[in-house]
Design a protein around this ligand. Sequence first.
Ligand code: G3P
Length: 218
Amino acid sequence: MKFFIDTANLDQIREAQELGVLDGVTTNPSLMAKEGITGRNNILKHYVDICEIVDGDVSAEVIATDFENIIKEGEELAELHEQIVVKVPMIKDGVKALKYFSDKGIRTNCTLVFSAGQALLAAKAGATYVSPFIGRLDDISTDGLNLIAEIRHIYDNYGYETQILAASVRHTMHVLECAKIGADVMTGGLGAITGLLNHPLTDIGLEKFLADYKKGNE
Ligand code: G3P
């Protein structure tokens, strides 16, 4: 299972990269705004800065919502760096753009996916990744993990190569359940990754090992 971090914060990206388990980064316009990155040139430079920190794929989202401008913007993003994956919303012109990019060998991440039908369309259009938002479904009393399971089932039925990128992952249990279901990738905040480290028995056990070592070596 690949671990992506869902942030535009360079310090957090560096921290996850230094841990040695990071496979990529996802961003969106809200995450960019949260870091105070505004203006087209600054946003494009920020994507390149992220690519220089990590080895893996970096999703960069288009703002346009019509086919012509999605293509224009996506091609500009893809030109920025070989690690860039063009993030395209699940709308009609977005689906057309996914097919266009797929035919041109430009990798894509279909975002804002909330149903299995949308995920099926994204796969048929040749998306590299599909991003179902599980946390936002949980927020409205709908089981986000069930959507991951449905998409896994459908993709396996037909051997679609589109990778399921579980997005809007909020905590460690989302990560574990996605791993059990067989999501190809998860993207979440730094805490969802580092939280996997923690167990009180590890802390107690280590404390005892060190205390016993100290006793025998004084
Ligand atoms: O990047 C898209 C997605 O991960 C957003 O997550 O927490 O804002 O629902 P969230």
